[in-house]
Design a binder for this molecule. Structure first.
Ligand SMILES: [Zn+2]
Ligand SMILES: [Zn+2]
Length: 145
C-alpha cells in the first residue's frame, strides 16, 4: 500500500486555507459579543468566537447593505460593500443626515436586520456576511490580495 497522494499540510497552509474564501470556520462566523452603539450613533462591534474583533461605522454598514437592490446597485457601479456612492453635484446641497439605525433586530440565530433612518430596511446582515466584510486592516489587506 502506497501513501503517495496523501498530502501533508503544514500548519501555516491550514491557516491560509482557512482564511480563503468560503472556508470560514464556524467559530469565525459565530459572534461571542455584539455591541451596537445606537445611542452614540457610531457603529457596531462584534467579537467573534475565534477571538477576532470586527468593527464598522454605520455609514459603512449602510453602504454595505446586502439586500438585492443595494447589491445590484453596487455591482453595476463596481463598488465594493461599504464604499459610499459618489455624491451628486448640484447647486443646492441637501443636508443628509448621517446613516444610523433606528432599530436593530436579530433574524433567527444567523443574522441582524437594520432599520435605517433613511427608511431602508431590506438588508439582512448575516454573521457570515459581516465576517466576510470585516473592515479591519488585517481582513482588508487579505481581501485585496
Ligand atoms: Zn439595501
Ligand atoms: Zn477583521
Amino acid at each position: 500500500m502506497s501513501h503517495e497522494g496523501i498530502r501533508i499540510v503544514s500548519e501555516s497552509e491550514v491557516r491560509r486555507e482557512a482564511q480563503a474564501e468560503h472556508k470560514l470556520s464556524p467559530e469565525a462566523v459565530t459572534p461571542a459579543r455584539v455591541k451596537v452603539k445606537k445611542t452614540e450613533g457610531t457603529g457596531m462591534e462584534i467579537e467573534w468566537r475565534d477571538g477576532h474583533t470586527s468593527s464598522w461605522n454605520f455609514r459603512w454598514l449602510r453602504d454595505a447593505c446586502p439586500c438585492a437592490t443595494c447589491h445590484e446597485e453596487r455591482d453595476k457601479a463596481g463598488r465594493a460593500p461599504g464604499v459610499a456612492k459618489p455624491r451628486q453635484q448640484s447647486l443646492l446641497q441637501m443636508y443628509e443626515e448621517p446613516p444610523r439605525p433606528l432599530e436593530v433586530s436579530p433574524v433567527g440565530k444567523y443574522a441582524l436586520k437594520f432599520k435605517w433612518n433613511d427608511g431602508h430596511e431590506a438588508g439582512i446582515y448575516s454573521w457570515e456576511y459581516l465576517r466576510r466584510v470585516c473592515d479591519c486592516d488585517q481582513c482588508r489587506s487579505a481581501r485585496a490580495k
